[in-house]
Every structure is written in structure tokens, then in C-alpha cells.
Design a binder for this molecule. Structure first.
Ligand code: 26V
Length: 809
């Protein structure tokens, strides 16, 4: 595969070492003796880049010469994590590196750990985009990412006296070996200005004058497929000043321009910086679309068949301006008619919805949108008018319905409506989520465009989340069923025949123990707390949000602790409850929950009376690289969102693939996990989504009933405010109020009793080692369905209509 001269460096250990030493001196300007781990990382990274460069070029040339249809995945977030280890694994050169470095007295693991996470995302949505890139390349599919090269990724989290403190993240501080700046392909993006109308040859043309231009400079990152010859590209745009005169003071212009790719938005909750966020969105979209069309034109000479050669996918509504931007280019630059441009646009664009929470649906005030993007606004208005006319024809006189469906209403531009009207495919990310979109949230649209709606249940790359994160488990699987599962994860089901095998069960238990030991070491280094690796590791890691109900988990632990303290006949198997979560900086309530978890941890971990049975750990700065140490060590996976609220979840899949058993509500992809493993291999509790949605629509829930009628509930709720915790009197009042006077929007008190019950079952079942290991093995065996390869093949086949490339090298 990699046979050429410069490829020789990873062909054997001796050549590897020689090249490594030579390059290190050249790149770092010091001798090997003086080099730091970071120098060594830098050197190895460079070698890998050199190693793949010819293949990268070949992939691009192949794509050009075959005219194969390409897909472009537009996303405001890509949560990549570390890249070295993954690239070594996918290229099949990890062992050579490990052995060669060991000879030189270097630990490859340490070298890998010196890499900063590329944390250009908030959570599930951004990590999904990263898994998709890995699957596209690994399946030899011509698919590329477009995003923003944020100077600062998601903030670093410190816990100080139990409170979250945010620090600016600095992933580029030591440079980035994986990126290639391509100034020759820079593109201008315009903001503000005025639209002029010109009558030319009987055609009404538009031109924007007095725009403020900024330059989008691409930085390309190679996306290496697993044991394939495909290296796709993730192109991240950097915002830089353009060399044109501007009315503004130069410094001010420079500052404002650079601000566009300065920061990943850590949340969408507060209003400040709204203009900047809209600028980021248009910046991403305009640079990417201009780039795609330029390339297409260069290869085909025209753009009238764009939709046959290009699919553009928008990851949530953040890049939805791709729709009017494509219209703008086709109308104003390519001089097409509206009808032709609209046909091409719809056929090119597809859209994924990732949440039904109304707070998270993007709506832009016209007063912000219109002046910033005047021509784009005109086009959106035209799209809206034409759409409303269609609605009027179909639903004459139904003003209410038309207003509800309009793209612009009440001086707001509704981005999800624009996405639905301007694309040919709208998908949800798990069956239940898609059904809720179709039957409830987007029901009017579903009735109008039934064939546009479809489901694509999320997935995760088993290469990073099993093969790389859990090599101990991967080799055990190889011993048992061979390694075919790596290429075809569905083959993991072959493990089912080992479920009752005592030897295999024992080996699975040993792997889990080894991984718990590794995590325990990390916990000790971070917190100084020794956890019992024979205890049940019960883990909830995800963004902190009220609907994800970390509070339910906390109240249950408080209940257990109360029982242990007061009832000497009450026993439990030792438990270690582990949390990891970042709260949006402006999300006051979520930050209170973090403080509560840490207050509980403080109390419990220092109580000698219960210490041997109960520990609570909050792991700070939850991120991709930390996650790779957490999932393999978990016994129990907490997926306890209020039913109907979690669109899919993907952490649930990572736990399952690593043999953790799910405690979950019937929400998101938990439902499909249950379908895969069967009722007896998952712990389901709580309200169903129908029950939750009925309460929403008909009322009838009174949280105080549960407070008054269940002494366990009463007790723990009171403990939030009665001086039980050594904090200010009103510290947890907002939490108390949310559960009581605010009637517990997320049904925490309602579900607490069934959550306590289900945990009693977990506690008993874990002690029946045979049954537990059978459950664990079943989860691993059935996890193949949740590989993102399956998801991507469904997108490729049903939505994008792209094919595997047959690379010949
Ligand atoms: C954003 C916000 C911001 C405003 C406050 C409320 C709120 C709630 C949720 C969100 C999430 C926005 C989109 C998102 O990240 N969705 C996640 O996408 C994952 C990949 O499809 C999916 O697994 C998660 O269930 C879904 O929450």
C-alpha cells in the first residue's frame, strides 16, 4: 500500500529509529538527549504527515479524475480529540512506532498524551461529526468536512471549592502538526453593505456594494481511513483581515475580523455575541460554498449539474445559510433563473435535526440578520414568500397554520423552517426522535413534505471507542472470535455464543478490572481519593443540563447515603459514582448542580462510617481524551434523561460497546439499545415519552404530591436547604425551588422511586457475577449496530447517493 521511497520510514524498526532521530534534530534544533516529550510528539507527527502526503494527494486526484459525487459535511463543531494515536492505528503503524520508541527509551503512550485535544465542539453534535469523518474515510467514501478553525476550543474546566471555573482553552499553543495552511485557496466573505439592483439585458440583477470583506484562509487536516488508501480532508477556515480599504480604524477592523474564528461558542443560551455567532455561521457557509462551487466549476466547466456531483449536508441549523448562499451564487454569479437555482439547491442540500428542545431552536431577529447579510436576507424573504404562497394554495384561509410554518414571522427568521423548506432530506438521530419530529414538533411540515423526513440513528466509530480506547478488550475479542469484527462490527454478535463460557466471562472481568485500575489511578492523581476497583463503577458523563437529570443521580446517592447512615440492616455492594460534566458558563442552574455533586462528594468521601461502600467522584474537564479512559472502566452507564428530551445520545453507545450495562429511560437511542440487547440485559425505569408529552399537553403533574407522599423524596429534597450541606443557606435554593415551587419540569421527583428500585436490582444483579457478565458480554456483542459505519452507509445510500471509491494505487 505504502511502497514508495519516503514510505520506508515505518517499514521496519531500525529505519524508523534512524529517521526519527534525524528528523528530531532537524525539526527541533536540538539533540535527542535534550529533547522533550513534546519535541518527540512533534517529530512523530511530522513523520506521519510525510508518510501520508502522497496518499492524500492521490485521494484528491482520484476524486478529481473520476468525477465521483462528493459529500461535504458542514458543521460549526468538530470534536476531534487527539489525532496521533488514531492516525497510527488507522495506518497500521502503531506497533512499529511503539517498539522503535521503546528502544530509544520513549513511551509512545506518553508521547500521545502530550497532544492537546482538538476540542472544537460542545458535546454530542460535534463528536458525531468527528465519528462521521472517521467512518467516511474508513469506508472509502468521498466525504469531507468544513468547519471553523477556532483559536480556542471549548473552555478548560477547573473545579475550585466545588465550583466550575472556566479557563480559555489553548490547543494551538504549541502549533498543530496536523494542519496545512493553504493561503493560495483563501476566499473573501462579505458582510454588511447595501444591495443594488441593476437591469441588464431584461434581467434583474443584484450586487452588494460597500461590503466589509474578511478573508477565510483554509487549514486542511487529513482524515485517515482505517487500513484504506483514502485520506479525506477536513477544511477549517481561519478568519483574517483582507487587504482592502475599509472605513474602520485598522486595528478595530483587525480585531473584529479575527474575532470571527477566535472562540467556539460554549452555549447558545445567552444573547450577547449574537451578531458574532451569526457572522461565524455565514463565514463558514460562504467560504465553504464558494470553495465547493469553484472546485466544481474548475472540473466540470459549469454548475448546472451541481446536485449530481455534490451533496452538502448541514449538521443542525448552524450552517443553514448554505441554502440562501447557494441561491445567491447561482443567481448572482451564475446568472441562473430562480427556478433552476432553487431546484439545484434543494437537490444538493440535506439537513439533520439534533434536538427538539425549543430553547435550542435557532431564531434570528430580523434587525440583526438584515443589516449584516442584506442580500442573503432578500433571498430568504423571497424563499419565504414563495413558500407561503404554496401553503396558501394547499391550506386556503388557514392563517394560523401558515404563520406557524412561515420562515419569517414575528420579526424572527426561523432557521429550522428554512432548513426544511430548502433541503430534500430532513433526518432525526434516533427512531423516537424522528417520530417526535414527524408527529409533534415538525408535524405541519411532515404533512406538507412527508417524503423528506427520515431517520438515521446515530453511531460511534468503534475504531476510536473500542479498538483504540480499549486495546485490552479488543485483543480479548480477537482471541475469542478473530478480528473480522474490526472491518464488520456486526460480527461482534459471534460473542453471543461465549456468553455462558466461564473462562471467557472471567477474562472479560479481568479486562474490566484492569481498566478500572487505570481509571482509579487517574482519579487518585486528580482528587487524592482512593477508590475501590472492586466496587461498581457507576458513571454519568455528558454535558450538564437539567433534562439530562444529573440531579436524579445525585438525589439517589443522597438516599443511599441516608440509608447507610441510619439503617444498620441496610447493606449495599460497594459503589463508586463517577461524574464528568461541563456546564455552559452562563447556565446558572447547571453550575449549581456541579456544586451540589462536589458538596455531596465531599461529605460522602470523608465519612469513615460509609467510606468503604460509597464514594462520589467528580472528574474535572471532561473531554474526548478523558472519555477514552472512562468508558472502558464503567460497569454501569447512566442514561437517565427525561423521556422524549434526549434526541439520541452517543455516550450510551460508547458505554455499551465497552461492556457497561445501561440504566436508562426509554429515550433516544436507549430504546434501540434495548431492542438490540433485549429486556433482560438493560435496566429501564421511569416515565415513557408518551407520558411525559401527555403531562406537557394536559397538565396533571404535581411534584409536591411526590414530595409529601414519599418520605425518601421528602428527606433528600429537604436536605438541599436545611443546613445539611456546609454551604451558604441559599446555595441550593434554586435546585430546591425547581423541584418544588416550579413543579419539577423534568419529572425528577416523579421518577425517583422507580430509579431507586432499578438501582436495587442493579445492586443485586452485580453480585450475581455470572448473570452480570452475561449482560456485559451481550452488550458488547450487540453494539456493532451502533458503529457510525452503519450510520454513514445509510446516509450515503439514502440521502447523499454517493458510492465507495475504488482507489487504484
Ligand atoms: C443546546 C441547547 C442550547 C440552549 C439551551 C438548551 C440546549 C439544549 C440542547 C442543545 C443541544 C443542541 C444540539 C445537540 O448537541 N444535540 C445533541 O446531538 C447529539 C448528536 O446527534 C445527540 O446524540 C444528543 O442527544 C443531542 O442532544
Amino acid at each position: 500500500m505504502y511502497g514508495r521511497g519516503e514510505k520506508a520510514m515505518f517499514s521496519n524498526k531500525e529505519i524508523f529509529k534512524e529517521t526519527f532521530l534525524e528528523k528530531l534534530e532537524m525539526l527541533c534544533g536540538k539533540s535527542f538527549k535534550e529533547s522533550t516529550v513534546r519535541d518527540q510528539y512533534h517529530t512523530l507527527g511530522h513523520m506521519v504527515r510525510e508518510f501520508i502526503s502522497a496518499t492524500w494527494i492521490a485521494t484528491n486526484e482520484h476524486n478529481r479524475s473520476t468525477h465521483a459525487k462528493q459529500v461535504y459535511y458542514l458543521s460549526i463543531e468538530f470534536l476531534l480529540g487527539r489525532m496521533l494515536g488514531n492516525n497510527l492505528l488507522n495506518l497500521g503503524i502503531r506497533e512499529i512506532c511503539e517498539e522503535g520508541l521503546l528502544d530509544l527509551g520513549i513511551s509512545l503512550q506518553e508521547v500521545e498524551e502530550s497532544e492537546s485535544d482538538a476540542g472544537l465542539g460542545n458535546g454530542g453534535l460535534g463528536r458525531l461529526a468527528a465519528c462521521f469523518l472517521d467512518s467516511l474515510a474508513s469506508l472509502n467514501l468521498p466525504g469531507h468536512g468544513y468547519g471553523i478553525r477556532y483559536k480556542h476550543g471549548l473552555f478548560d474546566q477547573k473545579i475550585v471549592e466545588g465550583y466550575q471555573v472556566e479557563l480559555p482553552e489553548q490547543w494551538l499553543r504549541h502549533g498543530n502538526v496536523w494542519e496545512l495552511r493553504r493561503h493560495d485557496q483563501a476566499i473573501e466573505v462579505g458582510f454588511w453593505g447595501e444591495v443594488e439592483t441593476i437591469h441588464l439585458n431584461g434581467r434583474l440583477d443584484f450586487r452588494t456594494v460597500s461590503e466589509e470583506k474578511i478573508t477565510a484562509v483554509p487549514y486542511d487536516i487529513p482524515v485517515v481511513g482505517y487500513k484504506t488508501d483514502t485520506i479525506n480532508t477536513l477544511r477549517l477556515w481561519n478568519a483574517e483581515p483582507s487587504p482592502y480599504p475599509t472605513d474602520k480604524n485598522v486595528m478595530e477592523y483587525k480585531r473584529e475580523t479575527e474575532a470571527v474564528s477566535e472562540l467556539l461558542y460554549p452555549d447558545d443560551t445567552h444573547d450577547e455575541g449574537k451578531i458574532l455567532r451569526l457572522k461565524q455561521q455565514y463565514f463558514l457557509v460562504s467560504a465553504s460554498l464558494q470553495n465547493i462551487i469553484q472546485q466544481h466549476r474548475a472540473h466540470h466547466g459549469h454548475v448546472k449539474d451541481l446536485h449530481k456531483k455534490v451533496a452538502i449536508h448541514i449538521n443542525d441549523t448552524h450552517p443553514v445559510l448554505a441554502i440562501p448562499e447557494l441561491m445567491r451564487i447561482l443567481l448572482d454569479k451564475e446568472k441562473m433563473s430562480w427556478e433552476e437555482a432553487w431546484h439545484i439547491t434543494i437537490e444538493t442540500i440535506s439537513y439533520t435535526n439534533h434536538t427538539t428542545l425549543s430553547e435550542a431552536l435557532e431564531k434570528w431577529p430580523v434587525r440583526i440578520f438584515k443589516p449584516l447579510l442584506p442580500r442573503i436576507y432578500m433571498i430568504v424573504e423571497e424563499i419565504n414568500e414563495r413558500f407561503c404562497k404554496q401553503l396558501w394554495k394547499r391550506y386556503p384561509g388557514e392563517w394560523d397554520r401558515i404563520k406557524q410554518m412561515a420562515i419569517i414571522a414575528d420579526d424572527l427568521v426561523k432557521m429550522a423552517h428554512l432548513a426544511i423548506v430548502g433541503s430534500h432530506s430532513i433526518n432525526g438521530v434516533a427512531k423516537i426522535h424522528t417520530n417526535i419530529l414527524k408527529e409533534r414538533e415538525m408535524n405541519h411540515f411532515y404533512k406538507f413534505y412527508p417524503s423528506k423526513f427520515n431517520n438515521k440513528t446515530n453511531g460511534i466509530t468503534h475504531r476510536r471507542w473500542l479498538l483504540k480506547a480499549n486495546p485490552q478488550l479488543a485483543s480479548l475479542l480477537n482471541e475469542a472470535i478473530g478480528d473480522k469484527w474490526v472491518q464488520s462490527p456486526a460480527k461482534l454478535t459471534e460473542l453471543l455464543s461465549y456468553r455462558e463460557d466461564a473462562v471467557f466471562q472471567h477474562q472479560i472481568a479481568q479486562v474490566k478490572k484492569a481498566r478500572k485500575d487505570i481509571l482509579a489511578k487517574h482519579i487518585y492523581e486528580q482528587t487524592g481519593i482512593n477508590v475501590d476497583t472492586n466496587s461498581i463503577f457507576d458513571v454519568q458523563v455528558k454535558r450538564l443540563h437539567a433534562y439530562k437529570r444529573q440531579l436524579l443521580n445525585v438525589l439517589h446517592i443522597m438516599y443511599l447515603y441516608n440509608r447507610l447512615k441510619e439503617d444498620s440492616s441496610f447493606t449495599i455492594y460497594p459503589h463508586t459514582f463517577i461524574f464528568g460534566a461541563k456546564a455552559s458558563p452562563g447556565y446558572y442552574y447547571a453550575k449549581k448542580i456541579i456544586k451540589l455533586i462536589n458538596s455531596l462528594a465531599d461529605k460522602v468521601n470523608h465519612d469513615k462510617q460509609t467510606n468503604d461502600r460509597l464514594k462520589v467522584i467528580f472528574l474535572e474537564n471532561y473531554r474526548v481524551s478523558l472519555a477514552e479512559d472512562i468508558f472502558p472502566a464503567a460497569d454501569v452507564s447512566e442514561q437517565i434523561s427525561t423521556a422524549s428530551k434526549e434526541a439520541s445520545g452517543t455516550g450510551n453507545m460508547k458505554f455499551m460497546m465497552n461492556g457497561a450495562v445501561t440504566v436508562g429511560t426509554l429515550d433516544g437511542a436507549n430504546i434501540e439499545i434495548k431492542e438490540e440487547v433485549g429486556n433482560e440485559h438493560i435496566f429501564i425505569f421511569g416515565l415513557t415519552s408518551e407520558e411525559v408529552l401527555n403531562y406537557h399537553h394536559n397538565g396533571g403533574y404535581r411534584s409536591m404530591d411526590y414530595y409529601h407522599h414519599d418520605a425518601r423524596v421528602h428527606r433528600v429534597v429537604d436536605q438541599l436547604v436545611n443546613g445539611y450541606y456546609p454551604v451558604a443557606q441559599d446555595e441550593f435554593e434554586p435546585i430546591y425551588d425547581s423541584l418544588t415551587v416550579q413543579n419539577d419540569e423534568y419529572f425528577v421527583l416523579k421518577d425517583l422511586a422507580s430509579y431507586i428500585d432499578v438501582h436495587e436490582r442493579v445492586n443485586n444483579m452485580y453480585q450475581d457475577t455470572h448473570t452480570w457478565l452475561r449482560m456485559s458480554i451481550t452488550n458488547i456483542a450487540q453494539s456493532g449496530h451502533f458503529t457510525s459505519d452503519r450510520t454513514i452507509l445509510q446516509y450515503a445510500h439514502d440521502i447523499w447517493k454517493i458510492k465507495h471509491s475504488e482507489m487504484i494505487r
